[in-house]
Structure formats: structure tokens, C-alpha cells
Design a protein around this ligand. Structure first.
Ligand code: UDP
Length: 344
């Protein structure tokens, strides 16, 4: 997708018009974005089916509803009259998407169709959407520019790209306005409230490494050390979850002030290897964190680092808490307070 707006705006402390309906707002990135909306005084309603989300993570009004429930969606839109939607609700396990693609196409693609149809019925036209660098597939340019070709290599990435295409087509045909934000590796936890990352099962590197530090796991397994990277382990661009939330607010303001469509990467532009992440976690936690190299995990590209400049140009956005030590410290604080996750 080509971005139509070429103006660089300053959207410092972006405050969108509410109320904003946050689908998947009880999840990891959703709950942090809700926190930010509330802190900026924007009316917010969370819609979540609570299959993966946590009600403990939500302090806003919560509507427990599945996106597949069209009458339920109509009721929520009629009751709260949201002026915009931020859409986080999706399944996100690459491995599971390979073994059960039907589930991913239903939950991600079909349910997004239901959401967009409900928005049309309610005449709500602005949507900010959590896309992913997984839509790029095996990158041919590193760092990855915003306009990189999109050829996903797994069903998860395929569904996210379908969602982007659907929103683009709806935008052109029905005048909806949408922003696709393609995240790199979300990490960290809120600096303001007692919320953080709690996935079940947990598959992400930083929380798993910290679980070793906490004594909940014996060791961290490093998936391959024979990649074509400086130390042989995979390199990723870790981005603080609060910085991600901030970008959503800016993107929404951009839509509300007239931009029809935009897409951009959200990353820091700096990559860290698996070994470097473990090293930083040792420093932050003061624990030894035993680590062992095992075979590669299927489908892992050697390096994923954002080279995008569109987020800065269009949204005036840059990662504020981009250094890995801050990211790991924030995640560590949340994990120590909630060794078994929310509410347990
Ligand atoms: N990784 C690892 N051990 C683990 C989990 C992840 O070595 O137990 C590696 C994984 O191969 C990848 C990086 O850490 O290179 C980040 O993985 P994560 O699952 O956190 O995010 P992804 O990049 O897959 O979205």
C-alpha cells in the first residue's frame, strides 16, 4: 500500500476523539493502549471474548463479546457509539496457524469481516489495525523498509495480510479510513499501571528468559546458533509495548484529521540477538540464567529489523523507551509481581 499523505505532522501527546472501541483490549498490547487512552482522557470501551485476554488487565468498561457475534457487536456499537475502533483481537501463534489454519482464517479474517460490517452498519469509519512484520515473510532487504514486498511464509502472516487487504478494499469502496501498523517484537510492560505480558502458552523470548531468572524454568533454550548473524543467533527488533500504544493513538488522530489510509512499520531500527537478550536479562535480574543451544525453530528468519521511516514521517513517532535494558526491566518488574500471571 502506498501512503497518500506526505506531510510530516507533530502529533505529540496525540489525543484522538473518543469514545474508542478497543477490540482485544484485554490482551497484551490492547490493555497497554487502553491505559494510554485513559491517561489522555479519551473515552474507551473494551471488547474482548476473554479467551486469551485478562479482565484483570482492564480498568475501562468491558463488553465480553466475540467478534463472530454480529448481533452482539451491533448491541455494543448501539450502546457506546464509538467514533473509532482499534483492532487487536486476533490469534497470533505461528506454529498453531500452521497446524490449524482454519481456526486462524475464522478468528482473524472472518471475524475482522464481521467487525468491519458492524462498523459499516453503525457508520463508524476509522480503524487502526495491529498488523505485523510477519506479513513481509522472508525479507529481501535488511533493515526492512515500510514498502517491502509482502509475501508471508505462514498462515498467521497470510491472515494478517488478508486483513490488511480487506480493510484497504473496504476503505476504497465504502470510505472507511484505516491504518495498518506492522509491529516488530512487542515487549516490556507498563511503566504506569500493574499490567504486562501474560500469554498461555508463553512462547516469547523475553518472558521465557525472565521465567528462568525467577526460577520457574531451569534454562532457556536458544533456537539455533548457526544463523548468518554476528553471533549466530537470531536478531530481532524489540519494541516497548507503551511505544506501540502511543503509535496507535497517533495513527488514529491521523485518520481523524483526514488521512484515508496509512501503513507503516513500528520498530526501533536496532536489532538484538538471542544471546544479547539473555545477557541483558542477566544484568537486569542479577540471575545467572542458564542457556543451552538447541536446533532451529521452524519458520524463524535470521534477522528482522525495521528500517521504516514512515512512522516518523507520518506520525511523528519514535520509540521513546527503545533501549533493551528498559524493556527487560519493565517486563521483569511485572513478572516478579505476577509470577503466575494475572489474578493467580
Ligand atoms: N527464541 C529462542 N528461545 C525461545 C523462544 C524464542 O531462542 O525459547 C528465539 C526465536 O527463535 C527468535 C527470537 O527468540 O529468534 C524471538 O522469538 P519470539 O518468539 O519472542 O518472537 P518472534 O520473533 O518469533 O515473533
Amino acid at each position: 500500500m502506498t501512503n497518500q499523505d506526505t506531510n510530516m505532522d507533530s502529533l505529540e501527546d496525540a489525543t484522538p476523539k473518543g469514545p474508542v472501541l478497543v477490540c482485544g483490549g484485554a490482551g497484551y498490547i490492547g490493555s497497554h493502549t487502553v491505559e494510554l487512552l485513559e491517561r489522555r482522557g479519551v473515552g474507551v470501551v473494551v471488547l474482548d471474548n476473554l479467551k486469551a485476554g485478562h479482565k484483570e488487565a482492564v480498568q475501562a468498561p468491558l463488553e465480553v463479546c466475540d467478534l463472530g457475534d454480529a448481533p452482539g457487536l451491533d448491541r455494543v456499537f448501539a450502546k457506546h457509539k464509538p467514533s473509532a475502533v482499534i483492532h487487536f483481537a486476533a490469534l497470533c501463534y505461528v506454529g498453531e496457524s500452521v497446524t490449524d489454519p482454519a481456526k486462524y482464517y475464522k478468528e482473524n479474517v472472518t471475524n475482522t469481516w464481521e467487525l468491519l460490517q458492524a462498523m459499516r452498519r453503525a457508520e463508524c469509519r476509522d480503524i487502526v489495525f495491529s498488523s505485523t512484520c510477519a506479513t513481509y515473510g522472508e525479507p529481501t532487504e535488511m533493515p526492512i523498509p515500510d514498502g517491502h514486498s509482502q509475501r508471508p511464509i505462514n498462515p498467521y502472516g497470510n491472515t494478517k495480510l488478508h486483513m490488511e487487504h480487506m480493510m484497504g478494499d473496504f476503505s476504497r469502496a465504502y470510505g472507511m479510513r484505516f491504518a495498518a501498523l506492522r509491529y516488530f517484537n512487542a515487549a516490556g510492560a507498563s511503566t504506569q499501571r500493574d499490567i504486562g505480558e501474560d500469554h498461555n502458552p508463553e512462547t516469547h523470548l523475553i518472558p521465557l528468559v525472565l521465567q528462568v531468572a525467577l526460577g520457574k524454568r531451569d534454562e532457556i533454550l536458544m533456537f539455533g546458533d548457526d544463523y548468518d548473524t554476528p553471533d549466530g543467533t537470531c536478531v530481532r527488533d524489540y519494541i516497548h509495548v507503551e511505544d506501540l500504544g502511543d503509535a496507535h493513538l497517533r495513527a488514529l488522530v491521523k485518520l481523524q484529521t483526514g488521512t484515508q489510509r496509512l501503513a507503516c512499520n513500528l520498530g526501533t531500527g536496532t536489532g538484538f540477538s538471542v544471546r544479547e537478550v539473555i545477557e541483558v536479562a542477566r544484568k537486569v535480574t542479577g540471575h545467572e540464567i542458564p542457556a543451552r543451544v538447541v536446533g532451529r525453530r521452524e519458520g524463524d528468519p535470521a534477522m528482522l529489523v525495521s528500517g521504516g521511516t514512515e512512522a516518523k514521517r507520518l506520525l511523528g513517532w519514535e520509540a521513546n523507551r527503545g533501549d533493551l535494558e528498559s524493556i527487560v526491566s519493565d517486563a521483569w518488574r511485572f513478572l516478579k509481581a505476577h509470577p503466575n500471571g494475572y489474578g493467580k
